[in-house]
Design a binder for this molecule. Structure first.
Ligand SMILES: Cc1cc2nc3c(=O)[nH]c(=O)nc-3n(C[C@H](O)[C@H](O)[C@H](O)COP(=O)(O)O)c2cc1C
Length: 190
C-alpha cells in the first residue's frame, strides 16, 4: 500500500478493534473532535488503515473524479516528519494531495471543486476513524516544502489528517464546543 514504507511497526504490531456497528451518525458527529494528544506508541493496524482508505473511496466528488491522492505515513517515515512539526504524537498521518494527472471538475465559470472533494474524502475518513475508536485531527498548517523533501513526495501536500488512539489527557478544545447554529449559521427560504 505504501511503496516507500520502510518500518513495520505501525502496520503490524497493532490491535485492530472491531468497528462499533451500533453507533449512529449523531453519535459519531458528537464523538469526533480534534485530538491533540495521542497515545504515541500505540500503532494502528494495517486493517484499520485499509478500512479508512476504503471509506475515503466511497466519498462523493464532483463528477466522481476523485482528483486526490493519499500518502499514509507511519513508523520510521512518521518519526522523520515529526522533526518538522508537532503531529501530537499521532500514530499515522494521511496526507491529502491533488492528483497531478486529474484537475477534477472545473465549472464553466472556472470554479474548481477539487479542494471540496478532498475535504469530503478526509471527513469521511475522520468519521470512519471515530467509528473504529480512533481519534483524528486535521492539520492544515503543514511545512509543505520540508514534508515533500523529507518524504520524497511527488505531489504537494494540501492537508494531513493525524490519526491515533487518544492519550489519557486527550480532550476536546474549547473551540470544539463553539458552534454557530440556527440563524447565525443558516437562512431558510421557504
Ligand atoms: C481544514 C482544516 C484545517 C485545520 N488545521 C489545523 C491545524 O493546522 N492544527 C490544528 O491543531 N487543528 C487544525 N484544525 C482543527 C480545527 O481547529 C478544529 O476542527 C476546530 O477548532 C473545531 O474543533 P473540533 O474539530 O474539535 O470540533 C483544522 C481543521 C480543518 C477543518
Amino acid at each position: 500500500m505504501n511503496k516507500s514504507h520502510t518500518g513495520a511497526t505501525a502496520w503490524t504490531a497493532a490491535s485492530s478493534p472491531a468497528p462499533n456497528l451500533t453507533i449512529n451518525l449523531d453519535r459519531l458527529l458528537e464523538d469526533r473532535y480534534s485530538c491533540r494528544s495521542f497515545e504515541h506508541k500505540r500503532a494502528i493496524s494495517l486493517h484499520c488503515l485499509e478500512l479508512l482508505l476504503s471509506a475515503a473511496a466511497k466519498a462523493p466528488s464532483a463528477c466522481n473524479l476523485q482528483p486526490y491522492h493519499f500518502e499514509v505515513i507511519t513508523g520510521e517515515s512518521l518519526a522523520r516528519v515529526e522533526r518538522l512539526r508537532n503531529f501530537y504524537g499521532a500514530s499515522a498521518l494521511i496526507i491529502g494531495s491533488f492528483d497531478p494527472q486529474n484537475p477534477g471538475y472545473v465549472s464553466a465559470q472556472g470554479q474548481e471543486f477539487r479542494l471540496f472533494d478532498l475535504g469530503l474524502a478526509l471527513m469521511t475518513i475522520a468519521l470512519k476513524a471515530t467509528e473504529l475508536g480512533l481519534d483524528s485531527c486535521f492539520i492544515g498548517s503543514l511545512p509543505v516544502k520540508e514534508l515533500k523533501a523529507t518524504l520524497k513526495l511527488t505531489t504537494d501536500p494540501v492537508i494531513a489528517l493525524a490519526l491515533g488512539y487518544p492519550a489519557a489527557d486527550a480532550a476536546p478544545s474549547e473551540n470544539h464546543e463553539l458552534r454557530r447554529t440556527g440563524a447565525k449559521l443558516y437562512t431558510i427560504y421557504d
